[in-house]
Design a protein around this ligand. Structure first.
Ligand code: THU
Length: 160
């Protein structure tokens, strides 16, 4: 039997250890939790993406009484960026979660569907996208979305 082992790495930093640019994007992601529409889960997720041209595009989760019709914060930001700036690579994505009256102590892992869209974004532009996950205690910094999803399905898979 053969076994494949996938390793991934994430930097764990404090707020003070981040760069000014990283702090700026996380601050916007935190602000965005206030725009979240989440009457069903009360779990407010904010996201912000930095594009190569310097534009920052915002997103947040949008729920719906027909639950699957809602959308996560990460995808709302990435799709909005793709809709307004289709030629601009996404350099960085920041995510923050707020529930029970405070931001989460620990960084929260993005769902599988959002990871899949993050990977498509990297492949689409041929460029790594840094992912920042905010926690009150510490922040996770992934150099590439691929570190969040090591075995990925992308366009090449369709070619067999
Ligand atoms: N949510 C996100 O916005 N991003 C994720 O990666 C995970 C979950 C949202 C969806 C839903 O509105 C709420 O969090 C609870 O699942």
């Amino acid at each position: 039997m053969k076994k494949l082992i996938f390793k991934t790495q994430v930097k764990v930093l404090t707020w003070d250890e981040l760069s000014d640019e990283q702090r700026q994007l996380l601050t916007i992601a935190k602000e965005q939790t206030k725009c979240s529409y989440c009457p069903y889960s009360q779990f407010h997720v904010g996201a912000a993406v930095l594009l190569q041209n310097g534009e920052i595009v915002r997103g947040c989760n949008q729920e719906n009484a027909a639950y699957p019709s809602g959308l996560c914060a990460e995808r709302s930001a990435l799709f909005a960026a793709g809709a307004s700036y289709p030629e601009q690579p996404v350099l960085r994505l920041a995510i923050a979660c707020y529930t029970g009256g405070h931001f989460t102590e620990e960084p929260q892992a993005p769902c599988g569907a959002c990871r899949q869209v993050m990977l498509e974004t990297e492949h689409r532009y041929g460029q790594k996208m840094e992912v920042l996950l905010y926690g009150e205690k510490e922040i996770y910094v992934f150099e590439s979305a691929a570190d969040l999803l090591p075995l990925v399905f992308v366009s090449e898979n369709l070619e067999g």
